[in-house]
Design a binder for this molecule. Structure first.
Ligand SMILES: [Zn+2]
Length: 287
């Protein structure tokens, strides 16, 4: 599933490709992708004649801004956008096509069919699902150490599921949570309220730095992710623990382990990310 760096990369490439284009008509061949309005005909009718002004992002959602409307799109597992000339063959699993007045098309392809599109009057989208409960944007200036701690530090939840919860900090998924916790030297099963001030500071820096570097590298191409121009990201080569089970830790040489935390496969170095002794006992007693 694409996380913040991948969605941000898609946003940047799409913005270059479609900003300024005018939609003539829209074809929907898989109605379930369209969540709002429910009727695909109504969705298509609302979009006809609109001009795309820019492509923005909120968390893992794309916001395609038009004159008076905004399309909120989530790629989920394998959703992809691509811009093609209308004469180019349409690939299998293309479910929504935006036909522009210059002979080009924005095509949405989704093999797994989990992606969603919601259409709103411009401005109303931030107050309604699915965007209304989203938490802090980690790459914006408002994401300070103080704001981060204030929101999370008193929680009794384990830190990994807390970071995955989009109501606190947006954009982090399984890959970048594992990377940020490793870089900060924090075990994913620590409860938030057990994390010390110096560790919060390290975690804050790790999240910002890991996501920032991943955005610069165009995201991580794990499984099928590509940007809006069909190009792969490069950050998968820089991942320190994710996908590196049984490989030596880059810091200490101990083998990276993989186990399950909150239902998610989790990669850690138990030497660099130790569980404090008291917590270790708690963890054993819960088994
Ligand atoms: Zn290590």
């Amino acid at each position: 599933m694409p996380e913040l760096p991948e969605v941000e990369t898609v946003r940047r490439t799409l913005n270059q490709l479609v900003a300024g284009k005018r939609i003539l008509r829209v074809t929907v061949s898989l109605p379930r992708i369209i969540q709002r309005p429910k009727a695909p005909d109504e969705f298509a009718a609302m979009l006809a004649g609109r001009t795309i002004l820019s492509v923005e992002r909120r968390g893992k959602f794309l916001r395609i801004i038009m004159d008076g409307l905004v399309l909120v799109s989530h790629l989920r597992m394998e959703g992809r956008y691509g811009v093609y000339h209308e004469d180019e063959t349409t690939e299998l699993h293309t479910h929504v096509v935006f036909h522009f007045d210059d002979g080009m098309e924005l095509r949405y392809k989704d093999v797994r069919q989990f992606g969603t599109m919601h259409l709103f009057a411009l401005g109303e989208e931030l107050a309604l699902p699915p965007l209304n409960k989203l938490g802090m944007e980690p790459l914006e200036d408002a994401f300070t150490l103080q704001a981060f701690k204030k929101r999370l530090a008193k929680r009794t939840t384990k830190i990994k599921p807390l970071l995955l919860n989009q109501e606190y900090v947006v954009g982090l998924g399984n890959i970048y949570v594992d990377e940020a916790l490793f870089t900060a030297g924090i075990h994913p099963e620590r409860t938030a309220n057990s994390i010390k001030p110096a560790e919060w500071a390290r975690l804050h820096v790790s999240i910002v730095a890991t996501l920032g570097r991943a955005v610069e590298a165009g995201g991580s191409s794990i499984k099928s992710y590509v940007n809006g121009q069909g190009e792969m990201g490069m950050f998968q080569h820089e991942l320190l623990v994710y996908g590196r089970k049984n490989e030596p830790c880059s810091r200490c040489g101990q083998f990276i382990e993989k186990f399950v935390v909150g239902g998610r496969g989790t990669h850690i170095c138990t030497s660099c990310q130790p569980l404090p002794k008291g917590l270790q006992a708690g963890r054993l007693s819960r088994k």
